[in-house]
Design a protein around this ligand. Structure first.
Ligand code: PLP
Length: 402
C-alpha cells in the first residue's frame, strides 16, 4: 500500500475513545466474555412510540427524498418553537442548521470557521470530540481545567486567563459529559461577563443534556442567561439523549445567520442533509408530548443514586454528585501505584480502565480521554441490574489491589 495515501491531518486525531471502548466491549462479549458495558453515552430506553409512528408515517407519505442542506423547513420551525418555548430564545428557521447528530453540527461549525492556528478554549474534563475536531480543522485547542474541588467547573478567572488575540471560540458543555455537572444561571452569567469584554470570541454551547437534570437543578441556556452574547452564540442541541433517538442522527445549531449559512454550504458538499425521515420524527419529538422525559429522569436519578452510593462505599474513591446527564466521574487517585494480583502496576487511569475491563469485565472509559486524570467515567444509561452487578465487580476488583 502507498504509505502516503492517508492525509497528514489525520495524524493529529485519534478514534473516539468512548466509541472504541464500547466496540471493544462488544467484541469481547462476542468472544463469550461476560462484559458489562458502562462506556456508551446512549440511553437504553426505547424511542417513544409517537416518534416512531411519525417516522413510519413520513415514509408512508413519501417523505423519502432529500431535504435542503439547512434541514427540513418543518423541522427547523419546530426547533424555533422549542428554543422559544423552553429557552426564551427567538430564532427563525433561517438561523437554524440541522446536521447528522450534534456531533456533525459541531464539525460543520468548526469546519466553516476555523483557520490554521485559531485558538479554541475548551473546559476539561471535556466531551471527547471537541479537541479532535478542532485539531482536524487546523485549530489549536486551549484546555482549561475545572477541578473536582470546584465540581469540575471552570471559573471566570480561568476563562479570562486563557483568552488571547487568537481566541476564536469558547466551546462550552452544560450539563457536562463526562462529569454530569451543570452550571446554574449565575455561573453562566459570570462566564458571560468575561466574554462580553472580548468581542471577537464566539461561543458554541452544547446543551444536548438540557432535559436530563436532577434534584433541584434548573437548566438555563447560555444565550438565555447572557442576552448580550446572543449574536455571538451558537446554541447546539439534538435529539439523541433526551428523546432516546441516537440512531436517528439529528442535531441542530441556532445562531448568527452568517455562520449558519456557511455551515449550510459545508453541509451541501458533505452530506446534503441528514435523513428526511429522521427530521419528520424530530418534528414529532419536539412538538409532541414530553411526559416520558420525567419517567426516564426518575429512573436515571435512581441509578445515579445507587451507583454513587456504591462508589462512595469503596475505600479510597471520591465522587462528586452530579446534577445532570447520565455520567459519574469518580477519582481513582488512591489506587494509582498499586499492584494487581499478577504484579502489574496501575500507573494511570488508562491502566485502571484496562484492569477493570480484564479483571471485573466492566467497560468504563479512562479520564485521560476527557482531559482530566486520574478519573474514570461511568455511564449509567443502562439497566439497574447491570449497574448493580458492575458495581459489585468493580468493588471486588479494587479490593484486590495492593
Ligand atoms: N455533545 C455531547 C456532550 C455528547 O455527549 C454527545 C454524544 O455523546 C454529542 C454532543 C453528540 O451526540 P449526537 O451526535 O448523537 O447528537
Amino acid at each position: 500500500m502507498n504509505n502516503n495515501i492517508l492525509a497528514s491531518r489525520l495524524s493529529a486525531i485519534k478514534p473516539s475513545p468512548t466509541i472504541a471502548m464500547t466496540a471493544r466491549a462488544a467484541a469481547l462479549k462476542k468472544q463469550g466474555r461476560d462484559i458489562l458495558s458502562l462506556s456508551a453515552g446512549e440511553p437504553d430506553f426505547k424511542t417513544p412510540q409517537h416518534i416512531i409512528d411519525a417516522a413510519t408515517n413520513a415514509m408512508n407519505k413519501g417523505f423519502t427524498r432529500y431535504t435542503s442542506p439547512a434541514g427540513l423547513p418543518e423541522f427547523r420551525d419546530a426547533v424555533a418553537r422549542k428554543l422559544k418555548r423552553d429557552n426564551g430564545l427567538t430564532y427563525s428557521a433561517d438561523d437554524i442548521h440541522v446536521g447528522v447528530g450534534g456531533k456533525q453540527v459541531i464539525a460543520n461549525a468548526l469546519m466553516a470557521t476555523i483557520n490554521h492556528g485559531d485558538e479554541v478554549i475548551i473546559p476539561a474534563p471535556y466531551w471527547v470530540s471537541y479537541v479532535d475536531l478542532v485539531l482536524l480543522f487546523g485549530g489549536k485547542p486551549v484546555v482549561i481545567t475545572g477541578h473536582e474541588k470546584n465540581n469540575f467547573k471552570i471559573t471566570p478567572q480561568d476563562l479570562e486567563k486563557a483568552i488571547t488575540p487568537k481566541t476564536k471560540w469558547f466551546i462550552f458543555n452544560n450539563p457536562s459529559n463526562p462529569t454530569g455537572m451543570g452550571y446554574d444561571k449565575g455561573e453562566l452569567q459570570a462566564l458571560g461577563a468575561v466574554l462580553a469584554n472580548h468581542e471577537s470570541i464566539y461561543i458554541l454551547t452544547d446543551e444536548i443534556y438540557e432535559f436530563l437534570v436532577y434534584d433541584d437543578f434548573r437548566f438555563t441556556a447560555f444565550a438565555e442567561a447572557n442576552p448580550a452574547l446572543f449574536d455571538r452564540t451558537i446554541t447546539l442541541n439534538g435529539l439523541s439523549k433526551a428523546y432516546a433517538m441516537t440512531g436517528f442522527r439529528v442535531g441542530y445549531g441556532a445562531g448568527p445567520r452568517a455562520i449558519i449559512s456557511a455551515m449550510n454550504m459545508v453541509q451541501s458538499q458533505l452530506t446534503s442533509s441528514t435523513s428526511t425521515v429522521s427530521q419528520w420524527a424530530g418534528v414529532a419529538a419536539l412538538d409532541g408530548n414530553h411526559d416520558f422525559i420525567a419517567t426516564h429522569n426518575a429512573e436515571f436519578k435512581k441509578r445515579r443514586d445507587m451507583v454513587l452510593a456504591a462508589l462512595l462505599s469503596i475505600d479510597g474513591i471520591s465522587c462528586v454528585k452530579p446534577n445532570g446527564a447520565f455520567y459519574l466521574y469518580p477519582c481513582v487517585k488512591h489506587f494509582i501505584g498499586k499492584k494487581t494480583k499478577d504484579g502489574k502496576t496501575i500507573d494511570s487511569d488508562d491502566a485502571m480502565a484496562e484492569y477493570l475491563l480484564e479483571r471485573a469485565e466492566v467497560a468504563l472509559v479512562a479520564g485521560s480521554a476527557f482531559g482530566l486524570s486520574p478519573y474514570i467515567r461511568i455511564s449509567y444509561a443502562t439497566s439497574m441490574d447491570i449497574l448493580q452487578k458492575a458495581m459489585t465487580r468493580v468493588k471486588e476488583s479494587l479490593a484486590e489491589l495492593r
